[in-house]
Design a protein. Structure first.
Lengths: 323, 526
């Protein structure tokens, strides 16, 4: 790996100095300051007081995104200029791999939460087991089922927003979970599963295309993948609308709504990220003429990310919707 | 290749725009020292309040803010960044790499820290005060009953996590990809090994912490019920998620310290490290076990007995690889040609005091006993023996050991030794009595206490002021060395030092190993 050749940049390329990190810092810090202020205005704030939180947030976000854009542009330019040795390329591969691993652990926290509240906390709140012994006194009459018919506080008669979900409704039309087999085609998560699994195949076909040097095949199948990603997000938006408007299932409706929207919402956000990444690769290919059979890491990394969101969805489908 | 031989840029832009691992390492080290002073100042407020029973100086609410910020600043601002700074300076030099694998990202990992800690510290001046729920920020204290500044705290934690993840990915990529030819994994210095494993831990658990604070954020602002039993969630869920991060976190803090000690003890024993392979395996075992012991922080929350037993036995198991390490360090010194320069003194201090902290840890691991010790000053004494005498002592040792290589000048040995002895005495005076008041029932995080604890608390406070003052001496010694220390010309600096970092000129040039060195294939490492 480290043997020297006559090429000028076969040495490990260490950029001399760069403003990127400072600009990214300014953007990031402004946007988190803004975001925190927006939320505090919302929850604790005085509506009569004017606030510039949104301005700070949007300004910071714009600056941050613009810097990242510039950052990737710089990295791409360096690669095209032949400055990246094989060893440096391997650093990028390792970087992407461990970034995806960190994302896996992020989802692990939420899947762990789902497991814990469903398998352990729910029965305990209903008074089962040694850990739940006292809960008869606290939440008298609370019966546990998943999805729950009521929250513990509703069970003891403290009003909260209705927890309308398939616990209290019996037909699959008002349920996030899979209902009657005869109505399977109404069930949006099934369609989204088909869409996302297919998109993993299409992105793989695109990959085979670029490996053959077939740019046409690559562009076509990559475009189809991006389109499938957009359709997925659209269907998810329809599903959320249905949950909020028809079923009254919201973030406020107890632990079922909390876990449902947290898991599917963060997944949806990651689909949006992955779709954007793939879209940028498509534009690079179409407008910039980037990527060759043996140099297409930008695409490859994005496709790994895409396979990752696909795998997460399989687990979501299993644990959130089916079981 | 001309541009690679440039020295550092002039002025502020050198530091703002740098991609050099040595510059970034230096910034991490100075930043962490600044945070050490800030966190230490908070500790002084705590000890001043506890100097005598009764309410002395501060309001109870402010006292809570002090304990919270002291913990957060020390863990996330002082100890962790200090070891990242060491990693930046040393890993490329130890494995024969020209720099870190991803130099621009390296700079970003550092630069997001200072503004984030500024934001965190600014919560002190916000309406409702700074976070006051302890560094472990248990729900519902940190959700339902939190001051509005909690939102800024949450986003700060997100960004700190981002910094740690990027820093760790950089270290993993550097170690896996940038080793000089012949530098096989089992030839790497132990400091590199411990950091590689630490980096894995960080990438694995920092996202889980992000998940925990995100759920807090949702509960506070968006009406979810993750940590509210009324909605079907559970406040104990927070503790599970937090400690799934938190327990590996304490090994994230201590493993690089193990690495430092494993470099320094052989150098001043003039003997190779005893049991190198077993050190590597012990480190890996500790890292693995750290993922399955988290609930030993929560014995008193009402877990089923089967859970208590599992976590108790798993926790006790950690004593085995840790014992291997302590045994190896002692055996390295056995029949060595020992000398006791300041770095060695700090390492021996580490060895003795960390072992005491380990033993109290073993006491705490026993679930039925922990019902007595839980949330008492015994716990405070335990983790300060591990965090301060463990991590901070080894960090002091590291600075004395490598400072001559970094700046080409030798520190004042007499002053260094004085720093050690004052630290050692001050530290023990502070924390040893806390075992006794803890066992007798004094709870942690309370600004007042019963009269029978008065004498020990006064000793503790005097010890803390002594320990705090000794750090000023340390700062003075380091600055005096950099400004006017006696120049060192020997590449090796220390007679018994081994490793690639001692083969480059002193002071280390701005760029090292632009061409990878050859590693002797027969080289058995030290």
């Amino acid at each position: 790996m480290t043997t020297q050749t006559s090429t000028e940049y076969e040495k490990y390329y260490v950029p001399e100095k760069s403003r990127l990190a400072i600009c990214a810092t300014i953007g990031l810090v402004l946007s988190i300051y803004g975001a925190a202020s927006i939320m505090n205005d919302m929850t604790f704030g005085d509506p009569s007081q004017p606030s510039n939180a949104w301005t700070i947030f949007l300004l910071g976000l714009f600056f941050f995104v613009a810097t990242l854009f510039g950052w990737f542009r710089t990295a791409i330019k360096e690669n095209i200029a032949g400055m990246n040795s094989a060893q440096l390329k391997k650093s990028y591969v390792l970087g992407m791999f461990w970034f995806i691993f960190s994302e896996v652990m992020f989802f692990f926290a939420f899947f762990g939460t789902l497991f814990y509240v469903r398998v352990l906390v729910g029965p305990w709140l209903a008074g089962e087991g040694e850990a739940g012994r006292m809960n008869h006194l606290l939440w008298e009459g609370f019966q546990f089922s998943w999805p729950p018919a009521t929250t513990p506080q509703e069970a003891v008669g403290i009003a909260s927003q209705p927890i309308a979900n398939n616990g209290s409704f019996t037909s699959q039309e008002t349920s996030m979970a899979f209902g009657e087999v005869s109505h399977w085609y109404h069930w949006l998560p099934l369609w989204n599963t088909i869409i996302l699994l297919s998109s993993s195949v299409t992105v793989h076909i695109a990959h085979m295309g670029i490996l053959d040097g077939n740019k046409k095949k690559f562009n076509l199948w990559l475009a189809i993948t991006v389109l499938l990603g957009i359709i997925f997000l659209y269907v998810q938006a329809v599903e959320y609308h249905e949950a909020y408007v028809q079923f009254g299932l919201t973030l406020n409706s107890g632990i079922y709504g909390s876990t449902f929207f947290m898991l599917t919402g963060f997944h949806g956000f990651h689909v949006a990220m992955g779709m954007t990444m793939l879209l940028i690769q498509l534009l690079r290919s179409l407008k910039g003429g980037h990527f060759t059979a043996d140099d297409h890491f930008g695409f490859e990394a994005s496709s790994w990310y895409w396979h990752f969101v696909d795998v997460v969805w399989v687990f979501l489908f299993l644990f959130v919707y089916i079981l | 290749m001309g541009d690679h031989h440039h020295g550092p840029a002039k002025g502020l832009s050198r530091w703002l725009f740098t991609t050099n691992h040595k510059d970034i390492g230096t910034m991490y080290l100075w930043f962490s020292f600044a945070m050490f002073i800030l966190g230490g100042f908070f500790a002084m407020v705590i000890r001043a309040e506890l100097f005598q029973p009764g309410m002395q100086l501060v309001e109870p609410a402010f006292f809570n803010q002090m304990t919270t910020l002291h913990g957060l600043v020390m863990v996330f601002g002082a100890i962790m960044p200090s070891f990242v700074g060491l990693a930046n300076w040393l890993i490329p030099m130890m494995i024969g790499a020209p720099d870190m694998a991803l130099p621009r990202m390296n700079n970003w990992s550092f630069w997001i820290l200072p503004p984030t800690f500024l934001l965190l510290a600014s919560t002190l001046f916000m309406e409702g005060g700074a976070p006051a729920f302890g560094w472990t920020f248990y729900a519902p204290l940190s959700t339902t009953y939190a001051p509005p500044s909690v939102t800024f705290f949450i986003f700060s934690v997100h960004v700190l996590g981002l910094s740690s993840i990027m820093g760790s990915i950089n270290i993993i990529a550097t170690v896996m990809n940038m080793r000089a030819p012949g530098m096989t994994y089992m030839k790497m210095p132990l400091f590199v090994w411990t950091w590689l494993i630490t980096a894995f831990l960080l990438v694995a658990v920092m996202p889980v912490l992000a998940g925990a604070v995100t759920m807090m954020l949702m509960d506070i602002h968006f009406g979810t019920s993750f940590f509210s039993a009324a909605g079907g969630g559970d406040p104990v869920l927070f503790q599970h998620v937090f400690w799934f991060f938190g327990h590996p976190e304490v090994y994230i803090i201590i493993l690089p310290a193990f690495g430092v000690v494993s470099q320094i003890i052989p150098a001043f024993s003039r003997k190779p490290l005893f049991g190198y392979d077993s050190m590597v395996y012990a480190t890996a075992s500790i890292a693995f076990l750290s993922f399955i012991v988290w609930a030993h922080h929560m014995y008193t929350v009402g877990m089923p007995v089967a859970g208590e037993l599992f976590f108790m036995y798993a926790t006790m198991l950690i004593a085995v690889p840790t014992g291997v390490k302590v045994f190896n360090w002692v055996t390295t010194m056995w029949r060595g040609a020992l000398t006791f320069e300041t770095p060695m003194l700090f390492c021996i201090g580490f060895l003795v005091l960390f072992t005491i902290g380990g033993f109290t840890g073993l006491m705490l691991s026993i679930a039925p006993s922990d019902f007595q010790y839980h949330d008492s000053y015994f716990v405070v004494a335990h983790f300060h023996y591990v965090m301060v005498a463990g991590a901070v002592f080894s960090m002091s040792a590291a600075v004395y050991y490598w400072l001559p290589k970094w700046c080409g000048k030798m520190y004042n040995e007499a002053m260094g030794k004085t720093h050690f002895w004052i630290s050692f005495i001050g530290f023990n005076l502070t924390f040893f009595p806390q075992h006794f008041v803890g066992l007798a029932g004094m709870p942690r995080r309370i600004p007042d206490y019963a009269l029978q604890f008065a004498d020990f608390n006064m000793m503790s406070s005097i010890g803390a002021f002594i320990y705090g003052a000794s750090q000023i001496l340390f700062l003075y010694n380091v600055i005096a060395t950099i400004v006017a220390g006696k120049p060192v010309s020997d590449d090796k600096v220390w007679e018994g030092a081994e490793g690639l970092e001692w083969t480059v000129p002193t002071p280390a040039p701005y760029h090292t190993f632009e061409t990878p060195p050859r590693i002797d294939p027969d080289h058995v490492h030290s």
